[in-house]
Every structure is written in C-alpha cells, then in structure tokens.
Write a protein that binds this ligand. Structure first.
Ligand SMILES: Nc1nc2c(c(=O)[nH]1)N[C@H]1C(S)=C(S)[C@@H](COP(=O)(O)OP(=O)(O)OC[C@H]3O[C@@H](n4cnc5c(N)ncnc54)[C@H](O)[C@@H]3O)O[C@H]1N2
Ligand code: MOO
Length: 428
C-alpha cells in the first residue's frame, strides 16, 4: 500500500496555478490575486475633514471658548464631493462635511457641536489646534505602496482596498472548473422512487459542494451507470474542457468496477491501494488531453475523506494559493477507539466539552487503568469525539455531524482518552 503522504504528494503534483484572467471587482472575491496592486497616488488623496463642522485657521480660534466665542464669516459650504477650493482668509471659515477636502488656508476643523451651526456667520465655542480633525493625505498609503500582494486570497477588505485605489478590474487566477461524475447502476437522482437495491446518488452532490467549498466551479454530471465504454467516452469528452475530473465509485476489486475498467488502459492513470482508512482504493493521473483525474472510492465517507486529502489541496493550488492545507487543531481525544493496523485513519469527529461526570465516556474510560487519571480531560476541556458510528465509510447521514477529520498516523493502532489528536477543521 502506498503511504498517505506519498499519494497526497502525487495528487498535488498534478496541479498548477491556472492562467490569470482579468475580472471585474464583482467577481474578485474568493479568487487569488495574480499581480501586486500598488497605489498610484496618496490615500487619502487630499487632506480632508474627519468631522461635520467648520474649516478654520487655528490661530483665529485660539482664544475661543463657550464663554467667549469667536465669530467668523462663513465664506463657503463644502459638502463631501465638492471640488471647490476657496482660499480661507483670516477671520473666515468654511462649512465642511466629513470627507470634503480641507480648503487652502484652513488648518483645523471645528466640529459642528461646538458652534452655533450658523451659515452666514458662525460662533466658534472651542479652540482647535493645528491639524484637529484633519485626515492627512497619504496617511493610509503613499504613491507606490503595496496595497494587496500577489497570491492573496481576496476577502471583502481586499476587494475594498482594490476599489479604493480605483482598480476596476484585477488579474486573478481562474477558479478551476471541476467535473464531478458519480458512478454506479444502483444510483438514482434524489427524489426519484427507489426500487429494491437502489439508493439516491449523494456523492455527486457531496463532491460538487466540496468543489465549491474549495473555491472551484463544479460541473456536476451523473450519476452514470456501470458501462465502461460509455464512461470512457464521457471522460474523453470532458478531457481538455475542464480543469479536473473527480469520479466516485467503481475503483475497488468488484466485478463491475466501472471507473477502473474505463481507465485501465490509460497509461497516465494508476490505481493504487493507499494506506488509509477510509479511502483505500484510489485512482489518480492525467487523461491523454492533460486533464487531471481523481478517481475516488464510492463509499460516501471515503469519498469525502479522499476529497479532503487528495483533491482539495490540488484545487487550492490551481487557484494560485501557496498554502493548500486546512487549518488544524490539536485536541485531546474524548473517547477510546481502535484504528486499522498499518493504515492512517481519517476519523470524522466533532468538538465537545468534557463534562467530567460519570456519564461522560471520558470519565468512564478513566476507570480503565490504561487511560489512567493523568489522561482524564478536565471538566469543560474541549475534546474530540468520533461522530456516532466511528469511521464506517457508509454512514452518510452521520458524516453530516462531523466538524473535523482527525488524522491518526499509520503507526498508531489505538486512540486512548487524552491522546492529543491532529484534527483538520473541515467546517467554518
Ligand atoms: N473485496 C473487496 N471489496 C471491497 C474492498 C476490498 O479491498 N476488497 N474495499 C472496500 C472499500 S475500503 C471501499 S472504500 C469500497 C470502494 O468501492 P468502489 O469505489 O468501487 O465503490 P462502489 O463499489 O461503487 O461503491 C461502494 C459503496 O458506496 C456506495 N456509493 C457509490 N457511489 C455512491 C454515490 N454516488 N452516492 C451514494 N452512495 C454511493 C455504493 O452503493 C456502495 O455501497 O469497496 C469496498 N469493497
Ligand atoms: O477504504 Mo474504504 O475507503 O475504507 O471505506
């Protein structure tokens, strides 16, 4: 069996960042920037007011107070967006709104609250030191500053920064288009009546959603039946028209394993058992047209875990991301379980708080000498618990309880209460 990390590396090696394309800002969120974006001028662009009030010459109002206000003549009204730039002479003020450029000659803003809000003359009831409530040009960025670096995954604040430097379009890596094909004569579309032996196709929905979650655009096809020639023809049609193909099912040693049969003679595709549970039977490679193909096992939990391990990192690399790993959390196991010898285990888990009481499996297991009191997670400690049913790869509804995937190394045969586990965080 091929070690898990080796197969992960082989899967990742199939992926390269996709050619950058120019997109409008509406489509930029969630993509990865291909080029550095810099400012072409200062931000803010002009000295501007941080308050609704009056632009004044600080020296004019140095003695102003509530008891001894200073009266100035109002010579201009400057709403945000105003392009007028009246020169403020001694003894005058301009009414100004937040964001409007500070007029030449003015060096301070007096908030409207400490005035009489006059429009022809204004009574200033407090002094304003030089620079008061003025937002200086270039305070945020100066010309040539890096605003968003190439390789950044664009979130809301990045898109906002790009808009602020007047970028109408940006060059980003294309999102991968990923065909999802589920296989099996037993599969019907959800909602259709089920004959004995039939089940709803859930994997094509699982994998299409997982593609979306990985930032790709799914092209959900399927389910398709167990006809190798028809499947080979379909894969041939998809080859070169999408950035990757993900199949589910038909990769094991059964008599009707359609994906294996369809791709058996493809020199670019290999079928290998991987030392992992679930997810042992795997197919991987490139079709003749160069399209990477990930042939995942059909058991739903196996499909899910295989996508996490082998497909998601590859899609993230196609999107131009350097870090293709899920965030991990290290947390103590809240219960004991055995793992398959010689294979890594991917256990769907959720986080729970240890109660510390007798009903808590963590506490019950404490009675076990093997666990020992030192291993007991304290009441309130966050521990990981296998989702009901453990790693049974057919437990499709219980998979929905999973918040993480604990990765147990191949050389571990048993998880004990309190063992520190590395868990991939698979939910937000
Ligand atoms: N003799 C052996 N049998 C099996 C072995 C083995 O080593 N020797 N490995 C087992 C393991 S582990 C797995 S995983 C599965 C993988 O089998 P396939 O990838 O060929 O998958 P199928 O046989 O097509 O399906 C397996 C299972 O999953 C259900 N399934 C398939 N597709 C979907 C779908 N789209 N939606 C919902 N459920 C699906 C299918 O009905 C089967 O129950 O092989 C074991 N057998
Ligand atoms: O390896 Mo299978 O993927 O255990 O269920």
């Amino acid at each position: 069996m091929r070690p898990l990390d080796e197969h992960r590396a082989a899967a990742l090696a199939l992926a390269h960042p996709l050619t950058p394309v120019e997109v409008g800002l509406d489509d930029a969120w969630g993509t990865v920037l291909a080029d550095d974006v810099r400012t072409d001028g200062p931000l803010p662009r002009w000295d501007n007011s941080a308050m609704d009030g009056y632009a004044v010459r600080s020296a004019d109002v140095a003695t102003a107070s509530a008891d001894a206000p200073v009266v100035l003549r109002v010579v201009a009204d400057l709403p945000a967006g105003s392009s007028s730039a009246p020169l403020l002479a001694a003894g005058t003020a301009a009414r100004i709104m937040t964001g409007a450029p500070v007029p030449p000659g003015a060096d301070a803003i007096v908030p409207v609250e400490v005035t009489d809000a006059g429009t022809t003359t204004v009574e200033i009831r407090a002094a304003a030191p030089v620079g008061a409530h003025v937002r200086r040009a270039g305070e945020d960025a100066v010309a040539g500053d890096l605003v968003v670096a190439a390789g950044t995954l664009l979130g809301a604040a990045h898109v906002s920064a790009l808009a602020s430097v007047s970028a109408a379009t940006v060059r980003v890596h294309r999102r991968p288009r990923v065909a999802v094909v589920s296989t099996g004569d037993e599969l019907v579309t959800p909602g259709s009546p089920l004959e004995r032996g039939q089940i709803p196709d859930s994997n094509s929905w699982l994998l299409a959603a997982a593609v979306r979650d990985a930032g790709g655009t799914p092209v959900r096809i399927g389910p398709v039946g167990d006809d190798p020639a028809a499947l080979r023809a379909l894969l041939g049609d998809l080859d070169g028209t999408v950035d990757a193909i993900v199949t589910s099912g038909g990769v094991s040693v059964g008599a009707y394993d359609v994906v294996k049969a369809a791709l058996r003679d493809d020199p670019g595709v290999e079928f290998v058992p991987v030392a992992v549970q679930p997810g042992k039977p795997q197919g991987l490679g490139r079709l003749p047209g160069g399209t990477p193909v990930f042939a995942l096992p059909g058991n739903p939990v196996s499909s899910f875990a295989s996508f996490e391990m082998f497909v998601r990192p590859a899609l993230l690399r196609m999107r131009g991301l350097a870090d293709v790993e899920r965030p991990t959390v290290v947390a103590p196991a809240g219960e004991q379980w055995r793992t398959p010898p010689g294979r890594a285990q991917l256990m769907p888990v959720r986080w729970v708080r240890a109660t510390g009481d007798a009903a808590d499996p963590a506490a019950r297991l404490d009675a076990d000498a093997a666990a020992g009191p030192a291993a007991r997670p304290a009441a309130g400690a966050v521990v990981v618990r296998a989702t009901a049913g453990g790693s049974g790869s057919h437990l499709v509804t219980r998979l929905a309880l999973a918040e993480g995937l604990a990765v147990i190394p191949a050389d571990v045969d048993e998880v004990l209460v309190g063992d520190l586990l590395t868990v991939l965080k698979v939910t937000p």
